[in-house]
Design a protein around this ligand. Structure first.
Ligand code: N01
Length: 538
């Protein structure tokens, strides 16, 4: 792209981010509505989350045939995944395939990070600036920045003095990191840390895992896809498309209707055993009440804890790993390949930060209250300033000079996770208040992207210039988000990133919509069918 010609250029739409959301939004608005669009992307290629997440073991935990765009029959027939769960490199290949097939890259400005976006009320446009001081104007601003793209390295005293190297998993070097012969320390045992541990331990001289909160994990049982399954998926894509719309989380499996109390102890154990052998996220679909009923949940939690104790031979490690303080699936449930088995290696150590917290990092490694650990590399698998972080980072300013940071001082306020009061013509794909992170993301993304497309199409046809939500709608929707969350065990996990509790000082508000995709889709469809009367259109 010729940057000289780009500066001060006016677009119909600026889309921020070239991941799953940004690419499909570009297809919808440019190719289907004929609008003049530009995607602005920080990285030097497409991929979004998967552009940055290249850490050892990085793999999607949604099954590949569901972790796909479903909007194009042709694309579904042309692309073939190789494994049950797609690895990060294969996902980037897929996204490049999509970008090439739909000729998207010519409208993507890479290596540019949006550093501010301000709404100009007089001119009815967004004025957008990038880190390279390129300015744009656009009628619509669409954020496609992902929910987990703002890497969080905790502020630990002395990190700047560390003489080795350190990396955050969500910002992994493009050319990889060699652990050969190295003493590695990894902080964090969420979904990411649990994927990384076995792969790092295989390569490193020694790995020390620093665990603050013990976590559940179920085997992924990843495997190469058989030729039969590859054919089956292509033959049955219409069936899967409908299934993914129907299931509460957009995954290709149904949640069982039975309650834990419906079965006897032995049958329950057999059900869990079967689900454990099958592997994957569907373990939580074994019963309908696992995420709503504490007693029911305890049976699944106890089952997994007993598996940890069976698998991990070092009794001290087993006790630390199985001392889990929250209900299973109350936090995002990880799935793994040989995570607990890895603690049987002789080059691994596990530190329980609850009883032995980190006091500082020094030149040589990590100091805890009781011990010093000499390290060459520290891996931070410490998660993200989730959902709001990527949006707040962009310095978005709406009407009357209202900063998004101020508007969200007490937590995010959105209508449907799609619009923010005071920020006209801005749409937030998978924004806080939408099902997003509680679902299989591409399915939630397609629903949002198509809703935004239809809304803009309606505005174009009716010659409306602006669309805006108001504080009342955002408040009512916020209440709905809380009400549905409070029917589950999710908000009871006080240190969860769903609540923003992992970031010191972040307001603690349950952010994703837990009412399920079908119910959410209905709400959005009704608004569309009612000609968007819930919004102000001018
Ligand atoms: O991050 P997390 P993640 N000192 O926030 C610990 C998605 N994902 O990157 O629990 C010590 O879950 C923290 O401890 P605690 C998925 O949605 C998807 O693992 O706060 N430890 C925790 O152990 C997932 O939920 C895939 O006590 C500190 C860990 O770091 C989301 O990304 C794969 C600490 C952070 O866990 C985020 O997962 C991977 C500190 N100061 C991830 N600060 C797929 O396959 C934090 N921790 C699609």
């Amino acid at each position: 792209m010729n940057l000289i010609n780009l500066n001060n250029k006016e677009y119909d739409v600026i889309i921020v981010g070239a991941g799953f959301s940004g690419l499909y939004q570009l297809i919808c608005l440019r190719d289907q509505l004929g609008m003049n669009c530009l995607v602005v992307e920080t990285g030097d290629d497409v991929g979004g989350t998967w552009y940055w997440n290249r850490y050892p073991g990085a793999r999607c935990d949604t099954e590949s045939h569901a972790y796909s765009y479903y909007f194009s029959d042709e694309l579904l027939k042309q692309w073939t995944w190789s494994e049950r769960y797609p690895g990060h490199a294969e996902i980037r290949r897929y996204m490049n395939f999509v970008a090439e097939k739909f000729d998207l890259k010519k409208d993507i400005l890479f290596n540019h990070k949006v550093t501010s976006a301000q709404y100009n009320e007089d001119k009815i446009c967004w004025e957008i600036t990038t880190n390279n001081k390129i300015n744009f104007k656009s009628k619509f601003l669409i954020t496609a920045v992902g929910c987990l793209s703002n890497a969080n390295i905790p502020k630990i005293k002395g990190l700047e003095n560390f003489e080795g190297k350190y990396y955050h998993t969500g910002n992994w070097p493009k050319n990889g990191v060699s652990f050969v012969g190295k003493k590695v320390g990894q902080i964090g045992t969420g979904s990411t840390g649990i994927q990384a541990v076995p792969v790092i331990a295989e390569e490193a001289k020694h790995l020390t895992v620093f665990q603050r909160t013990a976590n559940y994990s179920v085997p992924a049982r990843n495997k190469p896809l058989t030729e039969n399954f590859k054919i089956h998926v292509k033959d049955k894509f219409k069936y899967y498309r409908e299934l993914l719309k129907k299931t509460p989380n957009g995954h290709p499996f149904e949640i069982s209707n039975r309650l834990v109390a419906d079965v006897q102890e032995q049958e329950m154990q057999e059900i869990y055993e079967k689900a454990w052998e099958k592997g994957g996220l569907q373990f939580r679909g074994s019963f309908s009440d696992l995420v709503t009923n504490v007693e029911a949940n305890k049976t699944a939690s106890d089952f997994i804890k007993s598996k940890i104790n069976e698998t991990v031979l070092n009794k001290k490690f087993a006790a630390i790993l199985s001392d889990i303080d929250h209900p299973y699936a109350g936090k995002r449930p990880p799935i793994d390949t040989n995570y607990f088995e890895t603690y049987n290696r002789d080059n691994i150590n596990l530190v329980d930060l609850r009883s032995n917290p980190i006091t500082q990092i020094d030149e040589k490694g990590i100091q805890t209250e009781k011990e010093h650990f000499d390290l060459d590399i520290i891996v931070f698998a410490t998660g993200y300033d989730a959902m709001t972080g990527p949006l707040l980072n962009m310095n978005i300013i709406g009407k009357n000079n209202l900063k998004l940071l101020e508007a969200w001082e007490e937590g995010p306020k959105t209508f449907l996770g799609l619009q923010v009061p005071g920020f006209p013509n801005m749409f937030t794909i998978t924004g806080p208040g939408s099902p997003s992170v509680l679902t299989n993301m591409p399915i939630a993304i397609e629903q949002h992207v198509e809703w935004i497309r239809d809304c803009i199409d309606f505005m174009n046809k009716k010659e409306y210039s602006t669309i805006e939500t108001d504080a009342k709608s955002a408040e009512e929707w916020g209440n709905e988000v809380n009400n549905v969350a409070n029917k589950t065990l999710l908000p009871t996990v006080k240190h969860s990133w769903y609540l923003g509790a992992n970031i010191p000082g972040k307001p603690q508000v349950f952010m994703p919509y837990a009412g399920g995709l079908p119910r959410y889709r209905d709400v959005c469809e009704n608004i569309k069918n009612n000609n968007y009367k819930e919004f102000s259109l001018n």
